[in-house]
Design a protein around this ligand. Structure first.
Ligand code: GTR
Length: 419
Protein backbone atom coordinates (compact mmCIF):
# COMPACT_ATOMS: atom_id res chain seq x y z
CA UNK A 1 0.00 0.00 0.00
CA UNK A 2 1.49 3.37 -0.94
CA UNK A 3 2.24 5.78 1.92
CA UNK A 4 -0.05 8.79 2.09
CA UNK A 5 1.84 11.80 0.87
CA UNK A 6 3.61 13.68 3.75
CA UNK A 7 2.21 17.15 4.14
CA UNK A 8 4.45 19.71 5.87
CA UNK A 9 2.36 22.60 6.90
CA UNK A 10 4.12 25.90 7.49
CA UNK A 11 3.62 25.42 11.23
CA UNK A 12 5.35 22.03 11.33
CA UNK A 13 8.19 23.43 9.30
CA UNK A 14 8.63 26.32 11.72
CA UNK A 15 8.50 23.93 14.68
CA UNK A 16 11.31 21.92 13.15
CA UNK A 17 13.61 24.79 12.28
CA UNK A 18 12.97 27.18 15.19
CA UNK A 19 15.18 25.40 17.79
CA UNK A 20 18.03 25.53 15.31
CA UNK A 21 17.37 29.21 14.63
CA UNK A 22 17.14 29.95 18.37
CA UNK A 23 20.39 28.15 19.00
CA UNK A 24 22.12 30.14 16.28
CA UNK A 25 20.73 33.34 17.75
CA UNK A 26 21.88 32.37 21.28
CA UNK A 27 25.34 31.62 19.98
CA UNK A 28 25.71 35.04 18.34
CA UNK A 29 24.00 36.98 21.16
CA UNK A 30 26.59 39.22 22.84
CA UNK A 31 27.24 38.06 26.39
CA UNK A 32 27.35 39.97 29.64
CA UNK A 33 30.53 42.00 30.05
CA UNK A 34 33.52 40.36 31.63
CA UNK A 35 36.98 41.81 32.04
CA UNK A 36 39.47 40.56 29.51
CA UNK A 37 41.63 37.85 31.15
CA UNK A 38 44.77 39.31 29.51
CA UNK A 39 44.04 42.72 30.96
CA UNK A 40 43.41 41.23 34.40
CA UNK A 41 46.69 39.31 34.25
CA UNK A 42 48.56 42.36 33.05
CA UNK A 43 47.17 44.72 35.70
CA UNK A 44 47.64 42.15 38.44
CA UNK A 45 51.28 41.90 37.51
CA UNK A 46 51.84 45.63 37.26
CA UNK A 47 49.99 46.58 40.45
CA UNK A 48 50.28 43.44 42.50
CA UNK A 49 49.17 45.07 45.75
CA UNK A 50 45.67 45.63 44.28
CA UNK A 51 43.09 43.04 43.32
CA UNK A 52 41.83 42.72 39.75
CA UNK A 53 40.51 39.17 40.02
CA UNK A 54 36.83 38.53 40.54
CA UNK A 55 37.64 35.27 42.35
CA UNK A 56 39.57 37.22 45.01
CA UNK A 57 36.80 39.66 45.84
CA UNK A 58 36.06 39.05 49.54
CA UNK A 59 32.64 37.82 50.63
CA UNK A 60 30.62 40.74 51.83
CA UNK A 61 27.13 41.74 52.90
CA UNK A 62 25.94 45.14 51.84
CA UNK A 63 24.37 47.23 54.60
CA UNK A 64 20.58 47.16 54.24
CA UNK A 65 19.14 50.40 52.97
CA UNK A 66 15.55 49.85 54.02
CA UNK A 67 16.30 49.06 57.65
CA UNK A 68 16.69 52.04 59.98
CA UNK A 69 19.50 52.38 62.51
CA UNK A 70 17.16 51.14 65.27
CA UNK A 71 16.46 47.96 63.29
CA UNK A 72 12.96 48.89 62.15
CA UNK A 73 11.90 48.18 58.58
CA UNK A 74 11.33 51.10 56.21
CA UNK A 75 8.12 50.38 54.32
CA UNK A 76 6.94 53.73 53.04
CA UNK A 77 8.41 56.68 51.19
CA UNK A 78 7.44 58.79 54.18
CA UNK A 79 9.52 56.64 56.56
CA UNK A 80 12.35 56.79 54.04
CA UNK A 81 12.21 60.56 53.76
CA UNK A 82 11.76 61.34 57.44
CA UNK A 83 13.92 58.64 59.04
CA UNK A 84 16.24 56.55 56.93
CA UNK A 85 17.34 58.99 54.26
CA UNK A 86 18.37 61.66 56.82
CA UNK A 87 20.18 58.95 58.79
CA UNK A 88 22.13 57.85 55.72
CA UNK A 89 22.87 61.45 54.70
CA UNK A 90 24.36 62.05 58.11
CA UNK A 91 26.46 58.88 57.90
CA UNK A 92 27.80 59.82 54.46
CA UNK A 93 28.54 63.33 55.71
CA UNK A 94 30.36 62.20 58.83
CA UNK A 95 32.14 59.18 57.44
CA UNK A 96 32.84 60.01 53.80
CA UNK A 97 32.35 63.47 52.29
CA UNK A 98 32.11 65.75 55.31
CA UNK A 99 29.58 68.25 56.61
CA UNK A 100 29.03 71.39 54.60
CA UNK A 101 29.11 74.58 56.68
CA UNK A 102 25.74 76.05 57.61
CA UNK A 103 26.85 79.47 56.31
CA UNK A 104 24.86 80.85 53.39
CA UNK A 105 27.34 83.23 51.77
CA UNK A 106 26.38 86.01 49.42
CA UNK A 107 27.02 84.98 45.84
CA UNK A 108 27.04 87.51 42.99
CA UNK A 109 27.29 86.63 39.34
CA UNK A 110 29.05 88.77 36.77
CA UNK A 111 28.52 88.01 33.10
CA UNK A 112 31.95 88.59 31.57
CA UNK A 113 31.08 87.69 27.97
CA UNK A 114 27.89 87.02 26.01
CA UNK A 115 27.84 85.92 22.39
CA UNK A 116 25.50 84.36 19.86
CA UNK A 117 27.17 81.14 18.79
CA UNK A 118 26.83 77.91 16.80
CA UNK A 119 25.35 79.55 13.67
CA UNK A 120 22.87 81.54 15.70
CA UNK A 121 21.51 78.42 17.39
CA UNK A 122 22.74 79.22 20.91
CA UNK A 123 23.85 81.91 23.32
CA UNK A 124 27.17 81.48 25.07
CA UNK A 125 28.12 83.12 28.36
CA UNK A 126 31.26 83.39 30.43
CA UNK A 127 30.24 84.01 34.02
CA UNK A 128 32.12 84.72 37.23
CA UNK A 129 30.64 83.67 40.58
CA UNK A 130 31.87 85.85 43.46
CA UNK A 131 31.36 84.33 46.87
CA UNK A 132 31.60 86.75 49.79
CA UNK A 133 31.89 85.84 53.42
CA UNK A 134 33.00 87.97 56.37
CA UNK A 135 34.71 90.53 54.18
CA UNK A 136 36.66 87.94 52.18
CA UNK A 137 35.94 86.71 48.70
CA UNK A 138 36.52 83.73 46.45
CA UNK A 139 35.64 83.68 42.74
CA UNK A 140 35.31 80.99 40.11
CA UNK A 141 34.31 81.13 36.47
CA UNK A 142 32.01 78.96 34.43
CA UNK A 143 30.90 78.73 30.82
CA UNK A 144 27.28 78.38 29.75
CA UNK A 145 25.55 77.57 26.47
CA UNK A 146 21.80 77.95 26.05
CA UNK A 147 19.91 76.89 22.91
CA UNK A 148 18.04 79.76 21.25
CA UNK A 149 14.61 78.17 21.30
CA UNK A 150 11.12 79.06 22.47
CA UNK A 151 10.84 76.63 25.37
CA UNK A 152 13.03 76.76 28.47
CA UNK A 153 15.76 74.13 28.11
CA UNK A 154 16.83 71.48 30.63
CA UNK A 155 20.29 72.15 32.07
CA UNK A 156 23.32 69.86 32.30
CA UNK A 157 25.95 71.07 34.79
CA UNK A 158 29.36 69.56 34.07
CA UNK A 159 31.92 69.32 36.87
CA UNK A 160 35.16 69.40 34.91
CA UNK A 161 38.04 67.82 36.83
CA UNK A 162 40.61 68.67 34.14
CA UNK A 163 40.45 72.33 33.08
CA UNK A 164 38.13 75.23 32.47
CA UNK A 165 36.79 75.18 28.92
CA UNK A 166 36.30 78.87 28.28
CA UNK A 167 33.59 80.30 26.06
CA UNK A 168 36.10 81.11 23.33
CA UNK A 169 37.79 77.72 23.37
CA UNK A 170 34.45 75.90 23.29
CA UNK A 171 33.39 77.96 20.27
CA UNK A 172 36.63 77.39 18.40
CA UNK A 173 36.91 73.67 18.95
CA UNK A 174 34.51 71.02 20.19
CA UNK A 175 36.06 69.32 23.24
CA UNK A 176 34.88 65.69 23.61
CA UNK A 177 35.19 66.03 27.37
CA UNK A 178 32.37 68.61 27.26
CA UNK A 179 30.96 68.64 23.69
CA UNK A 180 28.90 71.79 24.12
CA UNK A 181 27.80 72.07 20.49
CA UNK A 182 26.52 68.50 20.42
CA UNK A 183 24.71 68.96 23.76
CA UNK A 184 23.04 72.18 22.62
CA UNK A 185 21.99 70.52 19.36
CA UNK A 186 20.05 68.00 21.40
CA UNK A 187 18.09 70.82 23.03
CA UNK A 188 19.94 71.16 26.33
CA UNK A 189 21.54 74.11 28.01
CA UNK A 190 24.87 73.24 29.57
CA UNK A 191 27.41 74.77 31.92
CA UNK A 192 30.90 73.70 32.89
CA UNK A 193 33.40 74.76 35.54
CA UNK A 194 36.77 73.52 36.70
CA UNK A 195 36.88 71.76 40.08
CA UNK A 196 40.14 73.40 41.21
CA UNK A 197 38.72 76.88 40.60
CA UNK A 198 36.14 76.18 43.30
CA UNK A 199 38.45 74.37 45.68
CA UNK A 200 42.07 73.41 44.96
CA UNK A 201 42.66 69.77 44.18
CA UNK A 202 45.71 69.55 46.41
CA UNK A 203 46.22 67.94 49.75
CA UNK A 204 47.62 71.20 51.11
CA UNK A 205 45.30 73.47 49.13
CA UNK A 206 43.18 74.38 52.08
CA UNK A 207 44.33 77.98 52.29
CA UNK A 208 42.59 78.79 49.01
CA UNK A 209 39.14 77.89 47.74
CA UNK A 210 35.64 77.90 49.18
CA UNK A 211 36.31 75.60 52.10
CA UNK A 212 38.86 77.99 53.50
CA UNK A 213 36.49 80.90 52.94
CA UNK A 214 33.40 79.35 54.54
CA UNK A 215 34.60 77.00 57.26
CA UNK A 216 33.95 77.78 60.86
CA UNK A 217 37.38 77.42 62.49
CA UNK A 218 35.70 76.09 65.64
CA UNK A 219 33.96 73.23 63.84
CA UNK A 220 35.22 69.64 64.13
CA UNK A 221 38.05 69.35 61.63
CA UNK A 222 37.70 65.59 61.21
CA UNK A 223 34.18 65.78 59.78
CA UNK A 224 34.38 69.04 57.80
CA UNK A 225 33.46 68.89 54.10
CA UNK A 226 36.25 67.99 51.74
CA UNK A 227 36.99 68.83 48.12
CA UNK A 228 34.50 66.42 46.53
CA UNK A 229 31.70 68.03 48.48
CA UNK A 230 33.02 71.53 47.75
CA UNK A 231 33.02 70.80 44.00
CA UNK A 232 29.43 69.58 44.24
CA UNK A 233 28.60 72.78 46.10
CA UNK A 234 30.06 74.67 43.14
CA UNK A 235 27.67 72.81 40.81
CA UNK A 236 24.76 73.98 42.97
CA UNK A 237 25.93 77.60 42.68
CA UNK A 238 25.99 77.27 38.89
CA UNK A 239 22.43 75.94 39.08
CA UNK A 240 21.44 78.95 41.26
CA UNK A 241 22.59 81.25 38.47
CA UNK A 242 20.91 79.27 35.69
CA UNK A 243 17.65 78.88 37.62
CA UNK A 244 17.12 82.64 37.33
CA UNK A 245 17.25 82.62 33.53
CA UNK A 246 13.96 82.43 31.65
CA UNK A 247 15.57 80.31 28.94
CA UNK A 248 16.36 77.50 31.39
CA UNK A 249 14.00 75.11 33.12
CA UNK A 250 15.52 74.51 36.58
CA UNK A 251 13.13 71.63 37.30
CA UNK A 252 15.07 69.59 34.75
CA UNK A 253 18.68 69.84 35.88
CA UNK A 254 21.40 67.21 35.70
CA UNK A 255 24.85 67.10 37.24
CA UNK A 256 27.60 65.28 35.41
CA UNK A 257 31.17 64.37 36.12
CA UNK A 258 33.98 62.03 35.23
CA UNK A 259 36.21 60.22 37.68
CA UNK A 260 36.71 62.50 40.70
CA UNK A 261 34.11 64.74 39.01
CA UNK A 262 31.78 61.71 38.89
CA UNK A 263 32.21 61.10 42.62
CA UNK A 264 31.47 64.80 43.19
CA UNK A 265 28.41 64.64 40.88
CA UNK A 266 26.76 61.79 42.82
CA UNK A 267 27.32 63.53 46.13
CA UNK A 268 26.17 66.87 44.64
CA UNK A 269 22.85 65.24 43.71
CA UNK A 270 22.52 63.63 47.15
CA UNK A 271 23.03 67.05 48.80
CA UNK A 272 20.96 69.10 46.34
CA UNK A 273 17.57 67.61 45.38
CA UNK A 274 17.15 70.17 42.59
CA UNK A 275 19.40 67.91 40.52
CA UNK A 276 16.86 65.49 39.09
CA UNK A 277 19.48 63.46 37.25
CA UNK A 278 23.07 62.53 38.09
CA UNK A 279 25.60 61.05 35.70
CA UNK A 280 28.77 59.52 37.05
CA UNK A 281 31.36 58.43 34.52
CA UNK A 282 34.14 56.02 35.58
CA UNK A 283 33.79 57.34 39.12
CA UNK A 284 35.14 54.23 40.89
CA UNK A 285 36.17 54.16 44.53
CA UNK A 286 34.33 56.77 46.61
CA UNK A 287 31.96 57.22 43.66
CA UNK A 288 29.72 54.51 42.24
CA UNK A 289 31.92 51.50 43.06
CA UNK A 290 31.19 49.38 46.12
CA UNK A 291 33.99 49.83 48.67
CA UNK A 292 33.51 46.35 50.14
CA UNK A 293 34.66 44.68 46.92
CA UNK A 294 38.19 46.08 47.34
CA UNK A 295 38.63 45.71 43.59
CA UNK A 296 41.10 48.03 41.89
CA UNK A 297 41.41 51.28 43.86
CA UNK A 298 40.74 50.78 47.58
CA UNK A 299 39.73 53.03 50.47
CA UNK A 300 43.27 52.79 51.81
CA UNK A 301 44.86 53.87 48.58
CA UNK A 302 42.44 56.70 47.71
CA UNK A 303 42.53 58.25 51.18
CA UNK A 304 46.31 58.22 51.29
CA UNK A 305 46.82 59.67 47.79
CA UNK A 306 43.87 62.10 47.96
CA UNK A 307 43.41 62.87 51.67
CA UNK A 308 41.64 66.14 50.86
CA UNK A 309 38.72 64.40 49.09
CA UNK A 310 37.27 62.60 52.09
CA UNK A 311 36.87 63.04 55.84
CA UNK A 312 39.62 61.64 58.05
CA UNK A 313 37.14 59.06 59.23
CA UNK A 314 36.89 57.43 55.80
CA UNK A 315 40.58 56.61 55.95
CA UNK A 316 39.96 54.58 59.11
CA UNK A 317 38.12 51.97 57.02
CA UNK A 318 41.18 51.10 54.99
CA UNK A 319 41.36 47.31 54.99
CA UNK A 320 38.23 47.12 57.14
CA UNK A 321 35.66 48.15 54.55
CA UNK A 322 33.17 45.67 55.97
CA UNK A 323 32.96 47.92 59.06
CA UNK A 324 31.72 50.88 57.03
CA UNK A 325 28.18 51.71 58.18
CA UNK A 326 27.31 52.51 54.55
CA UNK A 327 28.40 51.49 51.07
CA UNK A 328 28.16 53.24 47.74
CA UNK A 329 24.87 51.64 46.62
CA UNK A 330 23.35 53.82 49.33
CA UNK A 331 24.85 56.94 47.79
CA UNK A 332 22.75 56.12 44.71
CA UNK A 333 19.73 55.39 46.94
CA UNK A 334 20.00 58.91 48.31
CA UNK A 335 19.35 60.26 44.81
CA UNK A 336 16.37 57.95 44.17
CA UNK A 337 13.68 58.28 42.93
CA UNK A 338 15.44 60.91 40.83
CA UNK A 339 17.37 59.51 37.87
CA UNK A 340 20.88 58.10 38.03
CA UNK A 341 23.19 57.04 35.23
CA UNK A 342 26.41 55.14 35.84
CA UNK A 343 28.99 54.53 33.11
CA UNK A 344 32.11 52.39 33.14
CA UNK A 345 34.95 51.73 30.73
CA UNK A 346 36.14 48.28 29.73
CA UNK A 347 39.82 48.90 30.43
CA UNK A 348 39.28 50.97 33.55
CA UNK A 349 39.48 48.11 36.02
CA UNK A 350 40.97 50.52 38.57
CA UNK A 351 37.43 51.99 38.87
CA UNK A 352 35.85 48.51 39.18
CA UNK A 353 33.15 48.43 36.47
CA UNK A 354 31.33 45.51 38.09
CA UNK A 355 31.36 47.26 41.48
CA UNK A 356 29.90 50.38 39.79
CA UNK A 357 27.15 48.32 38.18
CA UNK A 358 26.36 46.42 41.40
CA UNK A 359 26.02 49.65 43.35
CA UNK A 360 23.44 50.86 40.85
CA UNK A 361 21.33 47.74 41.16
CA UNK A 362 21.90 47.75 44.92
CA UNK A 363 19.78 50.90 45.00
CA UNK A 364 16.81 49.24 43.22
CA UNK A 365 14.89 48.75 46.48
CA UNK A 366 14.52 52.51 47.01
CA UNK A 367 13.38 53.12 43.43
CA UNK A 368 10.88 50.32 43.97
CA UNK A 369 9.64 51.90 47.18
CA UNK A 370 8.66 54.88 45.04
CA UNK A 371 7.06 52.63 42.41
CA UNK A 372 9.82 53.54 39.94
CA UNK A 373 11.37 50.93 37.71
CA UNK A 374 15.16 50.71 37.60
CA UNK A 375 17.89 48.32 36.55
CA UNK A 376 17.83 45.23 38.76
CA UNK A 377 19.41 42.40 36.72
CA UNK A 378 22.53 41.10 38.40
CA UNK A 379 24.18 40.25 35.06
CA UNK A 380 25.92 43.16 33.42
CA UNK A 381 24.98 44.24 29.90
CA UNK A 382 27.31 43.36 27.04
CA UNK A 383 30.14 45.71 26.18
CA UNK A 384 28.88 48.79 24.34
CA UNK A 385 25.19 48.03 24.86
CA UNK A 386 23.55 50.64 27.06
CA UNK A 387 20.89 49.41 29.47
CA UNK A 388 18.30 52.08 30.23
CA UNK A 389 15.47 51.02 32.51
CA UNK A 390 13.14 53.52 34.14
CA UNK A 391 15.03 55.90 36.41
CA UNK A 392 18.46 54.33 35.90
CA UNK A 393 20.88 53.85 33.05
CA UNK A 394 24.20 52.10 32.62
CA UNK A 395 26.72 51.37 29.91
CA UNK A 396 30.20 49.99 29.69
CA UNK A 397 32.18 51.44 26.82
CA UNK A 398 35.22 49.90 25.20
CA UNK A 399 38.43 51.76 25.99
CA UNK A 400 40.19 53.61 28.73
CA UNK A 401 39.37 55.81 31.70
CA UNK A 402 37.90 58.87 29.98
CA UNK A 403 34.73 60.79 29.23
CA UNK A 404 34.18 60.52 25.50
CA UNK A 405 31.62 61.65 22.95
CA UNK A 406 30.19 58.15 22.94
CA UNK A 407 29.60 58.33 26.71
CA UNK A 408 27.84 61.66 26.19
CA UNK A 409 25.74 60.20 23.39
CA UNK A 410 24.49 57.31 25.53
CA UNK A 411 23.88 59.66 28.43
CA UNK A 412 21.95 62.16 26.28
CA UNK A 413 19.81 59.31 24.90
CA UNK A 414 18.95 58.39 28.49
CA UNK A 415 18.38 62.02 29.52
CA UNK A 416 15.89 62.35 26.65
CA UNK A 417 13.79 59.59 28.22
CA UNK A 418 13.84 61.29 31.63
CA UNK A 419 13.41 64.94 30.68
C1 GTR B 1 42.70 58.43 39.78
C2 GTR B 1 42.08 58.12 41.09
C3 GTR B 1 40.62 57.92 40.92
C4 GTR B 1 40.00 58.96 40.00
C5 GTR B 1 40.93 59.55 38.99
C6 GTR B 1 40.59 60.91 38.39
O1 GTR B 1 44.06 58.48 39.82
O2 GTR B 1 42.71 57.03 41.65
O3 GTR B 1 39.96 57.80 42.12
O4 GTR B 1 39.33 59.91 40.69
O5 GTR B 1 42.19 59.64 39.37
O6 GTR B 1 39.88 61.72 38.92
O7 GTR B 1 41.07 61.14 37.30
Amino acid sequence: MPHPPRIFTLTTLLLIISPVANFAQEATKPTAWQASPELVANKSKRKSEFNYRETLVPDYDLPATLVAGDGSAIRSTEQWETTRRPELMQLFREEVYGLRPATQPRVRYETLERQTVFDGKATGLQVKALIEHQGKEHAFEFTVFIPNQDNPAPLLVHINNRYLISLQSAIQKEDPFWPARMIVKRGYATASFHTSDVDPDQADGYEKGVRCLLDDPDSDLSTRWRSLSAWGWGASRVLDFAAELKSIDPTRAAVIGHSRGGKAALWAAAEDPRFTLAYSNNSGCGGAALSRRRFGETVGRITSVFPHWFTDRFANYAGREDQLPIDQHQLISLIAPRSVYVASADQDLWADPRGEYLALIGAADVFELYGETSISQTTMPPLGEPRHIGATGYHIRGGKHNLTELDWKHFLDFAATRF
